[in-house]
Every structure is written in C-alpha cells, then in structure tokens.
Design a protein around this ligand. Structure first.
Ligand code: GAL
Length: 402
C-alpha cells in the first residue's frame, strides 16, 4: 500500500515539475472559440459581436477572457513572400484591427493553425513555416495559438518532435519580440498527448472532437478519468471546447458537462452562439463557485475518481464513467466532491468518507452544495443526498471541522 502511495505521490510531483512554465496560464484558459457552433461560417462581425455580448453578460468578469478564432480564417495559399493570408471577405478590416478591438474590451485573442500541409478544413498549413507563422501571429496581436494535426503525415518525426516545432517557434519569437504565445495543440495520430505534452505545451487535447450529445461527453470524461495525474498548474488536459447551448443537451446535461470540464481542470472555451444562449445556460457557465475550483491558484490537481458507483472501481466505460470524484480545493481542509448521475433515472448518492483519499474518515465536515448555493449541514463517516435527476451533477465543498 505504502509503495503504491509513494509511486502515486512521486508521479504527481514529477508531472507538475515537468510542466512547461512559459509564464502563461497557471490555471486553465477560459474564453470562447468559434468552431463548435460556427465551423467555417465566421467573420469579423461575429467576433466583434460575440466579444461585446460576452462582456455585457458578465463572461469577461467571470474569467472568460480569450476570444479564439478557429479554422477557416485564412486562404489556401500563402502570398509571394511565404506569409499566410487572411481571408479578406471574412475579415475585411484585417486581424490586427480585430485583435486591437478585442484587447480594447479587455479580452485576449487566439488563432488557429495546423502542423501539416493544410488545416483540417483545407487551408494553408504551417509545416516548415512555423517561425514565420508564429511571428505573424504575434505581429497581428494574438496571444494564443491552437495548433492542429491534420494532413501532417508528410512529417515523419515522433509526436513530441512534431509538436516541439511550435514550442521552439514560440520560444524563439518570444526572444525576438518579448511576446509569448499560449500554445495549445490537438494531436491526431495516437491520442496519448498527456504523456509527452506537459514539457512542450500549455494544453493538449485528449480525445476526438466533442459533439453536442451526451454519449460523446461521457466518452471524453471516461478518458479523462484515467489521466488526471498528467494535468496540473501550467499544463492541462484539454477535454475540448464546451458544447453548452448546442444540440440537444438538456440543462441537467449542460450542468454535468460544465461541472466535469471545470473540475477536471480542462480549459473552458465556450463554443456556442452567445446571442442565443438561454439565461439558464448562462447561469450554468457563470457559476462562480464552480469556476473558482477550475481557477484555484493553490491546488492545481484536478478532481479524480475515488468510487465508480455502479461499475466496479477502475472500469473503462465510455457510456458510464466513474460517478464519484474528489480533490482538494484551496487547501487540504477543503475537499471538492463531484457526483454525476449517468443513469437514465433519478437516484440517491452516498459514499463513506474512508473511500476518498481527500477526506479523513475520523473527521466531521461542514458541507456546501455548489449548485444549490446552500450549506446543508455537518456530516461524519458518510454522506448521503437524495433525488439526483438523470444526467445531472452535484458538487459539494467539504470543510473539515476542527
Ligand atoms: C479539428 C479540431 C477541431 C477544430 C477543427 C477545425 O481537428 O479537433 O477542434 O479545430 O479541426 O478544422
């Protein structure tokens, strides 16, 4: 038992020490990205309107401070000097103008490129142009680069070698200009980026593209449940952009999706049409007590499963992941507990304190419900709560009583 604990503890220390600290985003990035809702139907009016609405609705104040443009902002060919060309129909005023507008409102700006010959949507890729492109992004005023992995088969290095090109490019451009780009990437060849991403990037995607349906959300979360040890300050597992407001997700599912992404310390990039978000969906995305856990500056480790519930502990099940998760919050006297009901019916939840490595079996805890925003009493030995609707989530903060 002790040796297992030692391995776990030393692995965690190793991973957090291993993270690439380029001075950007100790806690996960938050903001907006165009792809999930708009794909290639983007232009400068959409970006401007989205930013203004996000500010008016309180998203900027809540921490959502990146506005990121995904694929399709550029043309298929470079110009005669080898530079990427912004699509003049979509962005007639130019991207520099747009990033100035975003910065003026208080946001930071993000842009997308691809490691290969072309982007996933078929526009000019960055292979062998990494330095030129990183310089261009800084010149245009961007703060964040998302680097994708389509059509990159012609570069035959290992995964770390392929993605290191952008680590090197952003580092060199920082030496030239003093400006560092946040570096997030998507890797499509083996989906094991968490094992080699931490020393070379700020965040790395862990799974196939998200979709606005419950089955895809549970599949991504199942994957994340096994790799929490690889995410910590400065380097984060990226579960993909949020689908809140898209597709057929119910409010319960939106609550669970947001809760799970926030508490696994994933970047929180809203991927919907802000102008048509319902007030209920807005309230979910703005829950300050949930955001505080995602943005905790004292504890970098994500919540991890301690009790699978219906399935035996440790079960791999993309349709029915682990149900009970825990982690410290702010300090070791505060523990966050997350529960998600993957059943198709309302259920009760219960667990013993001894089951979680983040609770002490012999202590009493005062418990607060972060979705009801209520203190619900002091408990010892075990915790019970009733009537959790299908696909809904609960989050509690347990405060140790002295
Ligand atoms: C995918 C990526 C998406 C989006 C899309 C753009 O590879 O996972 O998030 O960026 O490319 O074409």
């Amino acid at each position: 038992m002790h040796s297992v604990l030692f391995v776990l503890v030393s692995t965690c220390l190793l991973h957090s020490a291993n993270a690439w600290n380029n001075g950007l985003q100790k806690t996960p990035a938050m903001g907006f990205n165009t792809w999930n809702r708009f794909q290639c139907n983007i232009d400068e009016d959409l970006i401007r309107q989205t930013a203004v609405q996000m500010k008016d609705l309180g998203f900027l104040d809540a921490g959502y401070d990146f506005i990121n443009i995904d694929d399709c902002w550029l043309l298929k060919d470079r110009d005669a000097s080898g530079s990427l060309v912004t699509d003049p129909d979509k962005f007639p005023s130019g991207l520099k103008n747009l990033t100035e507008f975003l910065h003026g409102l208080g946001f930071k700006a993000g842009i997308y490129e691809d490691l290969g010959l072309t982007t996933c949507a078929g526009f000019a890729g960055s292979l062998n142009h990494e330095l030129t492109d990183a310089r261009l992004f800084v010149d245009l005023g961007f703060d964040y680069a998302k680097i994708d992995d389509c059509n990159s088969g012609s570069f035959s290095g290992t995964n770390p070698e392929r993605f290191q090109r952008w680590t090197d490019a952003t580092t060199q451009i920082q030496q030239e200009t003093g400006k560092m780009l946040f570096y997030s990437f998507v890797e499509w060849q083996s989906f094991d980026a968490w094992t080699w991403g931490p020393p070379i990037a700020n965040s790395w995607r862990i799974y196939d593209d998200i979709q606005p349906n419950w089955g895809r959300i549970t599949a991504i979360l199942n994957n994340a449940s096994f790799i929490g040890d690889f995410s910590n300050f400065w380097g984060h597992n990226d579960l993909d952009m949020l689908e809140n407001g898209n597709g057929e997700l119910t409010l319960a599912e939106q609550r669970s999706h947001f809760t799970a992404w926030a508490l696994t310390k994933s970047p929180l990039l809203i991927g919907t049409d802000i102008s048509s978000l319902s007030q209920d969906s807005i309230d979910i995305l703005l829950n300050p007590e949930i955001i505080a856990i995602n943005q905790d500056t004292q504890i970098g480790e994500p919540l991890k499963p301690f009790f699978w519930g219906k399935n035996p502990d440790g079960t791999w099940d993309p349709m029915f992941p682990a149900q009970y998760w825990s982690g410290f919050s702010q300090d070791k006297q505060h523990t966050a507990i997350m529960y998600i009901n993957f059943n198709d019916r309302t259920v009760d939840l219960n667990f013993t304190f001894a089951h979680s490595p983040h609770l002490q079996a012999d202590k009493k805890y005062a418990i607060r419900d972060l979705w009801k925003h209520e203190d619900i009493g002091v408990f010892s030995d075990f915790f019970f709560d009733g009537s959790i609707p299908s696909h809904d989530a609960r989050v509690y903060i347990f405060t140790e009583q002295t």
